[in-house]
Write a protein that binds this ligand. Sequence first.
Ligand SMILES: [Zn+2]
Length: 1003
Amino acid sequence: MQALLRFRLSSSSARSTLTQGRWNCGPRPIPIPTVSSRYATTSAALSKKLDLLALDKKWQEKWQSDTLRLSSKAVSAAAAEKAAKLTGEKPRSYILSMFPYPSGTLHMGHLRVYTISDVLARFYRMRGHEVIHPMGWDAFGLPAENAAIERGIDPAEWTKHNISRMKEQLRSISTSFDWDRELATCDPEFYEHTQRIFLMLYEKGLAYQAEALVNYDPVDKTVLANEQVDANGFSWRSGAKVEKLNLKQWFFRITAFKEMLLKDLDSLAGGWPERVLSMQRNWMGKSQGANIKFPVTVNGETGTGIDVGVFTTRPDTLYGVEYIALSLDHPLVLKSAETDPDLRKFLDNAASLPADSKAGYRLSDLTVSHPLRIIDKESPLVARQLPVFAAPYVLSDYGEGAVMGVPGHDSRDLAFFRDNVNPDSIPIVVEPRKDEANSESAGVVSSADAKAFTQEGYLNAMCWKYQGLHSSEAKKQIVADLKQVGRGDFVEQWRLRDWLISRQRYWGAPIPIIHCGDCGPVPVPADQLPVKLPKIEGDWLKGKKGNPLESSHEWVNTKCPSCGGPAKRDTDTMDTFVDSSWYFLRYLDPANKELPFSPSSARPVDVYIGGVEHAILHLLYARFIYKALSQTELFPEIARNGNLATPFEPFKTLLSQGMVHGRTYSDPSTGRFLLPSEMDLSTPDKPLIKGTQVTPAVSFEKMSKSKHNGVDPTGCALKYGADTTRAHVLFSAPVSEVLDWDETKIVGIERWFSRLWKLVADAQHTLATSPMALDRAALQASSGHATGLPSSLQELSDSDADAVLATHRTICYVTKCIEKNPYGLNTVISDLTKLTNSLLASTPTSPQVLYLSISSLLRLLAPIAPALASECWEILNSSVTAGNATETEAGADTSTSPPALLDSPWPTPLLTLEEADILSARGGQIVAVQVNGKLRFTVTIPRRLSPTTTTEGSGTVTEEQDWIISRVLETDEGRVWLREKNDWEKRRRVIVVKGGKLINVVF
Ligand SMILES: [Zn+2]
């Protein structure tokens, strides 16, 4: 910290010229109602009211022209310079928000996520980091294609138009993205590399084509990944009932990385929300179990040599098996259907039943015998033949497409059993307690009372020699015994399936494979990439059904790259999740023509910000691609062969923000959602329904067209200013929680900004008439503060000491919060509001302290409200640097203005631990103590110590009150009145009021 303070004669004429000049240069205010300061200022130059919209316009234009000036150099030169910079000494931060789909409209969820990422990016820049904060567009996908089909618009044009609109909207909320890294996944320059990555995976056997029973969306006419079908069998996008079809499709072999994907989640603990980690774990669904073989009896004939293999995690319940259920495409079911027309009919209908359907069809020709029968010749339970069903609830790709039905110990099996078998009783073979298991009477319950006991427990008398064993032990023994006779073995099972990436749509990256009659599938050679989408001519896509690429004959028919003979292009395009699984790596090297990115640029994202709705699929796919690419030449040797103990993960920290809910009005009598035009909001606290003047029901719900509760963030920015909107969205809820957007409360932020404006105006006046002056070099100092504290802390006035302490504490809290716990960004707003209020209530008398406090406050505010803070910064500094301006007035314009706020260093703590303690303790605090309502004594206790000496920062109000009470009890008067004359331990209530100035103790 350097203190460059010198005295000079006031040069007021130069100062006022500068000040007025600045105002004259400013834009004309936009004629929309604005926030105005209700406080008169004494300075003539600053009698101007606070016009936040004008500030937005002025500063947004300035930032944009600065960016343009910077990027007017050749792109390659800029990139080279940046690359050189990035290898320098500065710490680096890659701050990334999930990129949007270019729908054309920014919504409140966008405002929330981009405000958070912008605050982090600006914070780290001011901390001296080289920050990468890019933005791009997840631009392939169905809405563009649907627009083309409905209206005959070229999807590329539609997308381009939407991108330019949204880019403008992003600027209007004062975001600071690196636009020179911008990308759109639908640009051939981008998808060329998506295709390159596909081919890299293909060469390694990680991309393959296979016939599969797939989910087909009959409305969007495309195949969907399992993940895109909801629990009830509906498409996540169109909402259509999904059909099952057998088709040849492209897959990525994500299962090859399953162990790594699961294990490496442990390394993300602390950086990722625990909730997201467990969602990832559950999705992969690793479980330990057994494969058990049930011998099949066909038409009463045993010894057929046919088995049904079943996967189960509960072999301990094997004595409770009552039936076997097979998936609809199980070979035995298909075989039976050849001779059973009723079964065929059932299969046709069942394909459209929901996944949790209880429907079943009993195969008339098949039964199975119990696998334990070879070993256990005594138990009646295993001597029976068991029925076999075809059932839609059995997934063909889980286990072997077969389930052993144990109604006593599985709720779903019980429901199925009741519907399809309906017996009198249900066997219970596992008991919760050991004594019950050892009783000889255990076993069967009546079907009507039965409830599945799904926990582990102890095997009962139904279980032959296994009686009395705990489930965990019984599993081992039973499977070991089955293994001996060739009827079972231990296996591990995963829920994760390979990733189906084929889509039969136009608007996606074409799969770069050519199919030749002689050579089979042949990769498109690297020099023929990208395989571009055929150009849309006129209304070519209008009204088109099915896969448009199939009917683009000129495009489909091509030459085989291998033999030169006639061949056809693959007509599938890739799932858009493929684009988003690697885009964050492209930002690091966006102009690279040869490679997706250069090995030297590859690195993980430091902070990734996005909605919790992407907690599974997008993150899982991106982790997979990152791991797959890390084993290729795209990643530097050091990362691959370096420390193998460090897992290769793309996102070090994940900030997963909650949704934004909108204020929703409905008619209390009918429940009908009301349009904004039906509401009388002239008294914001008391909304009424127009006409009837009835008070509506008010709630906060997910924003949707049907509820008429959507809010346009750019509209808010135009009404209240971008800074106010940003601060309000941050303040309204902790990052991870649902945010109820309540516009009526934005006035709180407006009032705060007005107070801040007055604080700065008053300070400018004070500083301008003080002998304080700062050298511009000091302002451009690379760290800390432009001026130091007065030399003796003991000689500070009370108001100066208060200001120094309050500023110091706020610097510590805000820095710690943004750096260590960005989930608490809402508390940064309250801390800054508190500091503003305390500086207004007790304004520092020393110009140095005044400057230090306010210049710190403005820098802490800069990431949140960049335009207002920049303006205030300019005003504040004009009052202390004006003298310098006169010396260089004839020179370049830039040399006369103070350095831009956003290029200024983040404020460092003002005090050491000891200094903070000295300041906190000095003076003391007077406390009046009442006992049962009567004033008994007043004592002086030390001021509360600086929070830097406590472990928990500011602590809570209760903590502070406890601290005050403890100090009072330590005084002589406290001991006499609260311990001797009264029994402190028998106190009924202790009330601390006026911030600790008065305590009332009731005995
Ligand atoms: Zn060929």
